[in-house]
Write a protein that binds this ligand. Sequence first.
Ligand code: SF4
Length: 367
Amino acid sequence: MNVFDTLQQSKKLPDVYRQMTRVELEERIRQHKERLGKKLLMLGHHYQRDEVFQFADQTGDSLQLAQIAAKEKEAQFIVFCGVHFMAETADLLTSEEQTVLLPDLRAGCSMADMADIHQTERAWERLQLMFGDTILPLTYVNSTAAIKAFCGRNGGATVTSSNAKKMLEWAFTQKERLLFLPDQHLGRNTAYELGIPLEAMAVWNPETERLETDQPLENIRVILWKGHCSVHEKFTVKHIEHLRKNEPDMSIIVHPECTHDVVIHADDAGSTHYIIKTIESADSGTKWAVGTEMNLVNRLANEHPDKEIVSLNPTMCPCLTMNRIDIEHLCWSLDQLAEGVFQHPIKVEDKDRGPALLALQRMLDRA
Ligand code: SF4
């Protein structure tokens, strides 16, 4: 769904919710949860605000939430506290009888919006002319269902930051080259980890519709879509240099959505799940600068008072779109559900369901 559709379909939060106290909102949500029991499943992504995260029945990163949704058979209503593409994934992986709701339709993802299906189809045509039938498309799960369906139709699959390496290895058993959508940084960092030199990676610019490379085409093995996460791009090598100088005993761990320079200068890099596990298992008294979303960094700092945990970027703010799901919208969504109204149900278009599911299944079979 594009920004225009979202704004058209998104309903404005009634003022009454802004006038309620936090205690009233929490109490109302608890009552709804109690009344609905197992009919309701609330899924919460690690980047969510604490005020919402506290109510999640299950929490996780993109891969974990997709796996939970795929196994979930009991709940009739799945309230997704994450962003639009995650709710679409949950809709794809659950049955027709289950309804997925997103408390605020404006909770999108700027990275997912950077790969539009029409741009992608035009790019594919051009790339086929340049490289012939040698390319397998892979998409980060942070993409629209239409992009997932495009990958499914063309023999490709989805990946998450937890399994990107495994999925790229698989992709190279299928075709000589791959097109990686929509996050150039995850694609570049993962391919580099597999030993592919930077010169063998070209960037497809969807604005100019040109392939950015100074290499002969036969040398190209990875085509990176020119998209990025506006949150993770805010970590820079300067932040790392500053810490190395002022806090030499602090370990730096970053998410692979950060730029390649940041990843190679950090001490460690990995998915959200990997970052959480690494810090959890670290010795008491250790110091960590973390290059990922701010709500998660703050939560890690609160949960591990025996360790010093800060953001790699001291002026970092949370993911703005993820933060659109606040306690007021959550309460409103559940109030509506109690009245039999499905507010902001997420339904993937029929034409995309089969192929998008195929792309997800190819990943889940290997994840
Ligand atoms: S953190 Fe980045 S990739 Fe994740 S939802 Fe926000 S904009 Fe999208």
